[in-house]
Design a protein around this ligand. Structure first.
Ligand code: CP
Length: 314
């Protein structure tokens, strides 16, 4: 059987992305259904999470599946030395789909190679976070009415931020112009800049972050400086507050500019920004529920037609 794992969505076609956006739209209209009755979804979180785990679990629950899993690997046999391979093979005996977050880059790809049960990558180290990307695309599509020809400003930790890496690659078919705004220590890694060059994606790098520099943004994608990825905590202290979005920086921005952030936030968006019409990060997190319902259905072979013709809506 074809392995339907979602390790990355970087190579998804425009049609495939639109198909998933349409499915997410269906779920936003009617999130409570019994489409997954009899299915078991496992959530294996080897790294901390609030939104990703809970929205995947809510997505499964609202579709009638049952959920097993863990959020603390210390409470599992991996703390006794069980390998990831054995853990995945074991859980494959119990679940129809496995959602996994792991600190090691490539862990989701590896997991997908040792089982026929579909794996959904819920974040692998600093590498990729495809389900976040799907909800980001859904949020951009909902707010801008399109994905094409947008000015997307990525700010903060562009070195370790898997959400920006995933989003950058997935938008390549939509002619974006990226602005990378990061301190020197956290700038976009060469491999992603090379990717942009090879794929003809326009980007500019800058270090200033003012009312004027963000005036042309359609999407301002803020990110947290990720303390957990630093080996030198002195360096973290030096850069952690490099870019803070303040409410008084929004005076010149486009009318429909939206601020996204994968969350959690630490200091990088001041609380006063939450009251702005531009703030969209909490709605973005809510969109994660519908996007993840679409992804779970997709890996289980449930089609958009199945969703449209579904008679199990509650
Ligand atoms: N956006 C995101 O991945 O959040 P969590 O770490 O809370 O899952």
């Amino acid at each position: 059987m074809e392995n339907r794992s979602i390790v990355s969505i970087a190579d998804y076609s425009r049609d495939k992305i639109q198909y998933l956006l349409n499915m997410a739209t269906e779920f936003e209209a009617h999130p409570n259904r019994q489409l997954l009755r009899g299915k078991v979804v496992a959530t294996l979180f080897f790294e901390p999470s609030t939104r990703t785990r809970l929205s995947f679990e809510t997505a499964a629950n609202r579709l009638g599946a049952r959920v097993i899993g863990f959020s603390d690997p210390k409470a599992t046999s991996s703390s006794k030395g069980e390998t990831l391979k054995d853990t995945i093979k074991m859980v494959s005996n119990y679940a129809d789909v496995i959602v996994m977050r792991h600190k090691l880059e490539g862990a989701a790809l590896y997991a997908s190679e040792v089982t026929d049960v579909p794996i959904i990558n819920a974040g692998d180290g600093s590498n990729l976070h495809p389900s976040q990307t799907m909800l980001d695309l859904y949020s951009i599509y909902k707010t801008q009415g399109k994905l094409d020809n947008l000015n997307i400003y990525m700010v903060g930790d562009l070195k370790y931020g898997r959400t920006v890496h995933s989003l950058l690659m997935s938008m390549r078919k939509y002619s974006p112009t990226f602005h990378f705004i990061a301190p020197k220590e956290l700038e976009m890694p060469e491999e992603y800049k090379l990717y942009c060059q090879q794929k003809g994606i326009k980007y500019v790098e800058q270090q200033d972050f003012t009312e004027d520099t963000i005036a042309d943004a359609d999407i301002l994608y803020m990110t947290r400086v990720q303390r957990e990825r630093f080996t030198d905590l002195m360096e973290y202290e030096r850069v952690k507050d490099a870019y803070i979005l303040k409410a008084d920086m929004l005076g010149k921005c486009k009318e429909n500019m939206k601020i996204l952030h994968p969350l959690p936030r630490v200091n990088e968006i001041e609380y006063a920004v939450d009251d702005s019409k531009h703030a969209y990060y909490f709605e973005q997190a809510q969109n994660g529920l519908y996007a993840r319902q679409a992804l779970i259905c997709d890996v289980l072979g449930i089609t958009l037609d199945d969703v449209k013709n579904d008679t199990t809506i509650i």
